[in-house]
Design a protein around this ligand. Structure first.
Ligand SMILES: *[C@@H]1O[C@H](CO)[C@@H](O)[C@H](O)[C@H]1NC(C)=O
Ligand SMILES: *[C@@H]1O[C@H](CO)[C@@H](O)[C@H](O)[C@H]1NC(C)=O
Length: 590
């Protein structure tokens, strides 16, 4: 309550000084209108002086060519397989039309924007300008409001609709922050967050840990190496690189890493990850500031791929921000900032695999924005990077009362996750137990409402759907991109956080694990003089299928249902199954 007082007084002040809305010329065309997502509550008009880092994404007429090129270079059956595109080639396919750029520049200049201060992405498809809310409202014929999150109390400044002048409208994919209410979450199971673990258990698990079966009770790097057949493979320190993304002020702690290595990855003791700060990201190494997500990802990524260099990207720029401060502009969505950074890198500096354990409900991400971001992941894939995401930790959706559409019709439905639903990333679900592995009950899975089903998975998904029959019909979109693609262990991971051992669950555990196995396949490929795998899905659903162990038991309840069931072949619980490194490596040709 105490912190609401200054906020409210600021708002009252801004309401009283608010000029009449400056609606621009009559030729504005509505670009997007959404309903306020049910988890956000509007409080008041946004303070006019509050600044926004406005990101304008221009239309990309050659994007279909980029998709075609991506699928060609990623398909082992295609003559162009492995011939990943250069930075320049990708930028040429991502470039907007000249007339789009000039129309947008004219619009901005007429409104008084200093074009010299506008930042541009290397392909010229994104323009970024920092403007006060009052200017954004004039440009976009919008009304920004301050919203608070109903359960966390976080605040953001957004509008539920925006328009563009007729001359600009056809040239723009999206402008954000406008209608984007998503808050990417670290995907750890809500069932069990970090549980403390007695030192004795931490020490005691060490000896037994090298058997695959010990993953049943406590997961360690050694049991995963045994389970997924990487034991005995020695990687090189200079052939490839694993990237791990961190958002939301999650710091990966170097001291915890050493404590973890001392217990579970002795050969890696003394090695560490490189931290790269993106968009004002920070790197607080105080032990108490260690992030569970960041530590989990770096400890397993590092242990499983040692001595492959790991890069931890700490990206700043996400809610919550301090709404008491009218000048605070920290209201952006972070994937976009990370993508700007990484797409601008030379190919030699790109990691060959990137693991991300964050996501949000697809319907909290506006469709135009989801499509634009997914196309940026496609650009990374075309350059030969395997982009790997967690599938989510709520099965087919959260509790029954949260499983409704947000389009005004309140239709009951399963709730898919984004970026898991992007067809140009590889999405990882969770398993547990061994001999056989079974689906973890929280393993996120389902069907996108934004992205059509890609051809690489058509036959695998058709088999599943014919077995499913009419069950859940109407609750999911049978023609949408289906996920997860694969899975890996996701329960009882032993980690070290803030100086103490603990155990965690989540697709957050599965994602760096699967990413690590792919990193080792890439290591073998590069050392054999071959291209890394790049975008994985055409390989996984095709020639690489034999390198995955099908998981046929378990289900992913949610939305008041028992969820989908794992079965023979692909399913929306565990995907195609869990990795077998030695076979994947052979099938990949290394
Ligand atoms: C890695 O280093 C080794 C030894 O220094 C060298 O022989 C090899 O060519 C390097 N490999 C790559 C891919 O640069
Ligand atoms: C189902 O998915 C298709 C393909 O992406 C899409 O065009 C359609 O709008 C979706 N249906 C619903 C109800 O969201």
């Amino acid at each position: 309550m105490a912190r609401l007082l200054p906020l409210l007084s600021l708002l009252l002040l801004s309401l009283s000084t608010l000029a009449a809305p400056t609606t621009a010329s009559g030729s504005m065309i509505l670009h997007e209108r959404i309903l306020t997502p049910r988890s956000w509550q509007p409080l008041a008009r946004a303070p006019p002086a509050h600044t926004l880092r406005l990101r304008i994404s221009l239309s990309q007429p050659r994007m279909p060519e980029l998709h075609t090129a991506l699928l060609a270079v990623s398909d082992p059956g295609h003559e162009l397989y492995g011939q990943h595109l250069s930075k320049g080639e990708v930028e040429a396919l991502a470039r907007p039309r000249e007339e789009a750029v000039s129309a947008v520049e004219r619009w901005l200049a007429d409104a008084g924007v200093d074009l010299g201060k506008v930042e541009r992405s290397p392909a010229g498809d994104t323009l970024i300008l920092t403007v006060p809310v009052s200017m954004a409202e004039a440009l976009l014929g919008a009304e920004y409001h301050l919203f608070s999150h109903r359960s966390t109390g976080e605040h953001i400044v957004r509008t539920t609709a925006f328009s563009l002048p007729a001359e600009v409208h056809p040239h723009v994919r999206t402008v954000q922050p406008t209608t984007l209410f998503a808050r990417p979450r670290a995907l750890r199971s809500p069932v069990r967050a970090l549980q403390p673990l007695a030192d004795a258990v931490f020490d005691g698990a060490e000896g037994a840990a090298s058997a695959a079966s010990s993953c049943k009770t406590s997961v360690t790097p050694a049991c995963l190496e045994s389970l997924y057949a990487t034991t005995g493979y020695t990687a090189s320190a200079n052939a490839t690189m694993l990237g791990i993304t961190g958002y939301l002020e999650q710091y990966a702690n170097a001291q915890d890493l050493q404590s973890f290595y001392k217990g579970y990855a002795e050969s890696a003791v003394g090695s560490t990850f490189q931290t790269v700060l993106v968009n004002g990201g920070e790197n607080d190494q105080t032990l108490s500031a260690a992030g569970t997500e960041a530590n989990l990802d770096t400890q397993y990524g590092g242990a499983l791929t040692y001595p492959v260099p790991n890069v931890f990207y700490s990206t700043g720029g996400s809610p919550p921000f301090n709404p008491d401060d009218a000048e605070d502009s920290n209201t952006n969505e972070p994937y976009a900032e990370w993508l700007d950074y990484v797409l601008a890198l030379d190919s030699d500096d790109l990691p060959s695999v990137v693991s991300t354990s964050y996501g949000d409900d697809e319907q909290t991400v506006p469709e135009s924005y989801a499509l634009a971001v997914c196309d940026q992941f496609a650009q990374l894939g075309a350059r030969g990077v395997s982009v790997i995401f967690a599938s989510g930790d709520s099965g087919v959706g959260p509790s029954a009362d949260e499983c409704y559409s947000n389009d005004g019709t309140d239709t009951q439905m399963f709730i898919p996750n984004f970026p898991a639903s992007c067809p140009y990333v590889t999405t990882v679900g969770a398993t547990t137990s061994t001999g056989p592995e079974i689906a973890a009950s929280f393993s996120g899975g389902g069907f996108s409402n934004y992205f059509a089903q890609p051809s690489y998975q058509a036959s695998a998904v058709a088999s599943f759907l014919s077995t499913l029959g009419n069950e859940y019909s109407g609750l999911y979109n049978a023609s949408g991109r289906a996920y997860p693609d694969v899975s890996a262990q996701g329960e009882n991971f032993i980690i070290y956080v803030s100086g103490a051992p603990g155990q965690v669950d989540g697709t957050s555990c599965s994602t760096p694990t699967f990413a690590s196995v792919i990193t080792l396949v890439n290591d073998a490929l590069v050392r054999a003089g071959k291209a890394p795998l790049g975008f994985l899905n055409p390989f996984l659903y095709g020639a690489g299928l034999g390198g995955l162990t099908d998981v046929t038991e378990g289900s992913n309840p949610g939305c008041g249902t028992k969820g989908f069931e794992a079965g023979e072949g692909w399913d929306p619980v565990t995907g195609l199954g869990t990795p077998v490194f030695t076979t994947l490596r052979t099938l990949a040709g290394a």
